[in-house]
Design a protein around this ligand. Structure first.
Ligand code: BEZ
Ligand code: FE
Length: 294
C-alpha cells in the first residue's frame, strides 16, 4: 500500500474498515504488522457478521474487564478463557507437530510450578496420605525405540478431591502431588501418587459464567500432567488420562487425545502387592513416552 493510495487517504467506512485501519501501521516490525492486520481483518469480519448493538459491545468489553480483574498471582482467567474456547489447544497443535511415533502434547494448564522438588526415583509424591495409592511406571524412548538417559520428568496431579496444592494452600502440604524425577541409562521411571479424579476448572469467575450461559460443563477427566525434557529432544508437555472417566469425551478444555489414554489397573493380588512394595491394593499404570529429536 503506497502512502497516497485511496485506502490510506480514505475515510473509514463500513465497507473498507479493516483496510483503512491496516493502512495506518508504519512499523519495521513485520510480524507485529502481520498479526495486527490479520486480527483486525478477522475482528471486523466477525463484527460485520454479528452486528452487535452498542449495549452488546459494551457488555463484551465489561466481560473482558472482569476477566482481567479476576487474574491474580495464582489465577489466570485469560488463559482459562483461551482454554475453554479451544485456542490453547490450537496453539499447542500448531507448535507441536510431532513425527509419527512420538508422544503427543496437550495443554499445560495453570497449575504447573517451576520449582517442584527433585526426588529419588520411586518416591511417593502424595505427602498427606489421602487418596487411593497408585504406582506409575514406564520407559522414555526415542522414536527408534531406544531408552533416553537423563530425562527430567516433571509431574503434577490434583488430589482425590480434585484440587491442586496451590488451590488449597494451608489444607494440602506445599508441593503435594508434585515431583521431578530423572531417568538413568535404561530410560525407565516409576513413582507413586494417588489415583487422579475428575475436577472442574475454576468456575466461580467470568469463564464459569460463560460456560453456564453456553450450557457447557466445566469438568476435566481424571489425568496426570507431565513435562519431559532431555538434551537433544523436543520438550514434551502432556497428560495421561483415565479412559473410563465420565468426562473423557467432553473435556472442558479439549485436551484429550486418543494416544494419551492410560490404563489404571486395580491390583489386589497379594503377591503383586508385595512385589511392588505397596502396602495394600493399589492402582497400577504402565505408560511409555516417546520423545521427538530436536
Ligand atoms: C489443568 O489440567 O490443570 C487445567 C488445564 C486447563 C485449564 C484448567 C486446568
Ligand atoms: Fe490438571
Amino acid at each position: 500500500m503506497t502512502a497516497h493510495s485511496p485506502i490510506h487517504d480514505g475515510y473509514f467506512t463500513e465497507e473498507n474498515s479493516a483496510q483503512v485501519v491496516a493502512a495506518r501501521s508504519k512499523t519495521d516490525n513485520a510480524r507485529l504488522e502481520q498479526c495486527i492486520e490479520a486480527i483486525v481483518r478477522h475482528m471486523h469480519a466477525c463484527i460485520k457478521e454479528i452486528e452487535p448493538t452498542q449495549q452488546e459491545w459494551f457488555d463484551t468489553i465489561m466481560y473482558l474487564t472482569r476477566t482481567g480483574h479476576t487474574c491474580t498471582d495464582w489465577r489466570q482467567e485469560f488463559i482459562l478463557l483461551s482454554d475453554v474456547l479451544g485456542v490453547s489447544m490450537l496453539v499447542d497443535a500448531i507448535n507441536n507437530r510431532k513425527p509419527s511415533g512420538a508422544s503427543e502434547s496437550t495443554v499445560l494448564g495453570p497449575f504447573h510450578l517451576p520449582d517442584a522438588p527433585e526426588l529419588p526415583m520411586g518416591s511417593n509424591i502424595c505427602l498427606d496420605g489421602k487418596g487411593d495409592p497408585m504406582l506409575i511406571k514406564g520407559r522414555i524412548l526415542d522414536t527408534d525405540g531406544e531408552p533416553i538417559d537423563q530425562v527430567k520428568i516433571d509431574v503434577w496431579q490434583a488430589n482425590d478431591e480434585g484440587f491442586y496444592d496451590v488451590q488449597q494452600k494451608g489444607i494440602q502440604p506445599d508441593f503435594n502431588l508434585r515431583g521431578v524425577f530423572r531417568t538413568g541409562a535404561d530410560g525407565t521411571y516409576f513413582f507413586r501418587g494417588v489415583k487422579p479424579r475428575n475436577y472442574p476448572i475454576p468456575e466461580d469467575g467470568p469463564v464459569g459464567q460463560l460456560m453456564n450461559a453456553l450450557g457447557r460443563h466445566c469438568w476435566r477427566p481424571a489425568h496426570l500432567h507431565y513435562i519431559l525434557e532431555a538434551d537433544g529432544f523436543e520438550t514434551l508437555t502432556t497428560h495421561i488420562f483415565d479412559p473410563d472417566d465420565e468426562y473423557i469425551h467432553s473435556d472442558a478444555v479439549f485436551g484429550v487425545k486418543e494416544s494419551l489414554m492410560a490404563k489404571f489397573d486395580l491390583i489386589e493380588d497379594a503377591d503383586r502387592i508385595a512385589e511392588a512394595g505397596m502396602d495394600g491394593p493399589y492402582f497400577e499404570v504402565v505408560h511409555d513416552f516417546v520423545l521427538a529429536r530436536a
